[in-house]
Design a protein around this ligand. Sequence first.
Ligand code: GDP
Ligand code: MG
Length: 163
Amino acid sequence: MSFTLAIVGRPNVGKSTLFNRLVGKRLALVDDQPGVTRDLREGDARLGDLRFTVIDTAGLEEATDESLQGRMRRLTERAVEMADVCLFMIDARAGVLAADQVFAEILRKKNAHVIVAANKAEGKAGEAGVLEAYALGLGEPLAISSEHGEGFEDLYTTLLPLS
Ligand code: GDP
Ligand code: MG
């Protein structure tokens, strides 16, 4: 049995960095500028002995009338519908922003199975943001660092029952 995990959240929190680490190939574009890719990307993820499908919600506004928010909302809703479980990522260094609340609301409305992950949690700078993530009311957040590969044991333990 396998499952599909969608990584959702506002631009620049580190979704593609996690996707790339799970897939092990540089399939998703990572960029310092928020919003350079704008699509749903699917890959075969490996985490320890777990094998699953992972979806990265990406997206940049090409010449389109749709607003960034509208597009992110639409792509997120699509990803949620494709997935068995959503990894809702926030940036632990930035804390929970109004934009994150928009995503939390989408996930609640869709009744999605949600795992909250506070990314960029390496070092001390992320501690407050991890605590803020509790207040989203979507369950206990995982503190992870996609860039440094930290917190992946907890991610494994959380995903294991789904496999
Ligand atoms: P996305 O827009 O959500 O897909 O975010 P990206 O994966 O493109 O990452 C946005 C920026 O955050 C890039 O500069 C990444 O290098 C950086 N980033 C991603 N994960 C981490 C992390 O765990 N720690 C830190 N400090 N930076 C990270
Ligand atoms: Mg991305």
